[in-house]
Ligand binder design. Structure first.
Ligand code: ZN
Ligand code: ZN
Length: 236
């Protein structure tokens, strides 16, 4: 089995991140993971912290955490995969994107500056859209604008209400289920994982592995949720 964390932030890009890309890569190698998906935050508040308003420069700045992690991963032997945690202006809900590369970001300036429904309408065949920690602050998931949801989010500084997410997933069995650590600080890393029988080297393979339901989930602290949540996932 190959082990991946699908929700990780770097200090280089995410303003809430405390761990550098180098620290993250070394920690995940220590923990025996095969790879990590860097899902730094992309939203207006992040853009406002940058000096530039040119999209090409914004994308360069945004990719700094991923690129540094990828360099360390290539050097030390950890697959580093590009993802995005996007937030649209209408609310504080966050969505994880898989099946993206650097060119996707360059080709779509200010891609966050829309509604979740419009984003889904444009990209649903290309990008896998997974709502992150869907019950952290909210009672409602945007129906019709996601492919799936995190049934476990490991961030220990929030009330993620993972049990509610699991129930929503059980009530909506077509939705894909993930569980990520949402790593921001020391101690967050390696709490959760996606397990795959085949290696995953990039965001497209990660997307396709999820789409084929060819994976299982693992959680250090939420074993009951994972067990219950895996009934509709292929390999569990
Ligand atoms: Zn964050
Ligand atoms: Zn996150």
């Amino acid at each position: 089995m190959f082990r991946y964390d699908t929700h990780v932030h770097t200090k280089e890009t995410s303003r809430c991140g405390h761990l550098t890309a180098e620290q993250i890569v070394k920690k995940y190698i220590e923990l025996g993971y095969d790879g990590i998906c860097i899902t730094d935050h992309l939203h207006q508040e992040y853009i406002d912290t940058l000096d530039t308003k040119q999209w090409y420069s914004i994308a360069d700045a945004y990719l700094a955490g991923y690129r540094t992690a990828k360099e360390w991963g290539d050097r030390l032997g950890l697959s580093v995969i590009l993802g995005v945690e996007i937030r649209f202006p209408e609310s504080e809900r966050d969505y994880l994107l898989y099946g993206v590369d650097e060119m996707f970001l360059y080709r779509h300036p200010f891609l966050y500056d829309t509604t979740p429904q419009a984003f889904y309408g444009t990209f649903c065949d290309e990008v896998l859209i997974i709502q992150a920690h869907p019950f952290r602050n909210y009672e409602f998931i945007h129906e019709g604008c996601i492919h799936g949801l995190e049934i476990v989010n490991g961030n220990p500084r929030h009330a993620n209400r993972n049990d509610r997410a699991l129930q929503y997933a059980l009530d909506n069995p077509d939705l894909f289920r993930l569980c990520g650590s949402d790593t921001h600080r020391i101690g967050d890393e390696g709490q959760n994982a996606l397990l795959s029988c085949a290696p995953i080297h990039d965001s497209f393979v990660l997307r396709d592995t999820i789409l084929r339901r060819d994976y299982s989930l693992w959680s250090k602290n939420e074993k009951d949720i994972i067990l219950a949540g895996c009934k509709n996932i292929g390999k569990c």
